[in-house]
Design a protein around this ligand. Sequence first.
Ligand SMILES: Cc1cc2nc3c(=O)[nH]c(=O)nc-3n(C[C@H](O)[C@H](O)[C@H](O)COP(=O)(O)O)c2cc1C
Length: 220
Amino acid sequence: MNQRKIVLAITGASGSAYAIRLAQALLSAGTHIHLIVSNAARQVAAQELELNMPADDASADEWMDFTQTALLTETAAAWGFREWSADVNGTCAVHDIGDYSAGIASGSFLTGGMVVCPCSMGTLSAIACGSSSNLVQRSADVHLKERRPLVLVPRETPLSLVALENMTRLTRAGATILPAMPGFYHRPACVADVVDFVVARICDHLQVEHSLTRRWGENT
Ligand SMILES: Cc1cc2nc3c(=O)[nH]c(=O)nc-3n(C[C@H](O)[C@H](O)[C@H](O)COP(=O)(O)O)c2cc1C
């Protein structure tokens, strides 16, 4: 089977739940995820969800199990998350953030796109200046140079001129800046609904099918 490959990088901005929910949606859509996680992302997940992400040397199977169970903590349950009931048709490969020999560090390795979710201002700035000083930054740089979809999901407020200029630069270079900036016109009943709103928009931009939210204008 020729699975669609998507690089999913999780960095240390607030919003671990976005990343986990996105991983669940990608796996349900049959995607092969290439996963990279920064050290700061682990700290944020521990703080926000009382969750220890799998260790640096954890296997893909451990990460697959993690994505299915991570939003069942007491905190996540209070936010309205329930067991992910959709089928899991996708697979996952895990990369060390310092491993530049990974396929996704090269333009010759074909993917359907990359998403950095959530994207810290630090990683956003490094991608904007092309520093490629870890695998997240290098793989993002590859997606820009190969003109493949690169979706960045920043979470910060307020935004400094530095951050705004970095976002402008990245947009000019071909990236999509998709801030974790939920709408409320779908009348969310809980935090899970708010998270799904953002994840649905990310999936749309990666052309990944989902049924996370009702679309505006549908069934009217
Ligand atoms: C609990 C917590 C929340 C944070 N929230 C944000 C945030 O919303 N946005 C941001 O840009 N950085 C945030 N940071 C700071 C980043 O984690 C920090 O700048 C880090 O160097 C980012 O590294 P990375 O890009 O390699 O993940 C947060 C850190 C912690 C511990």
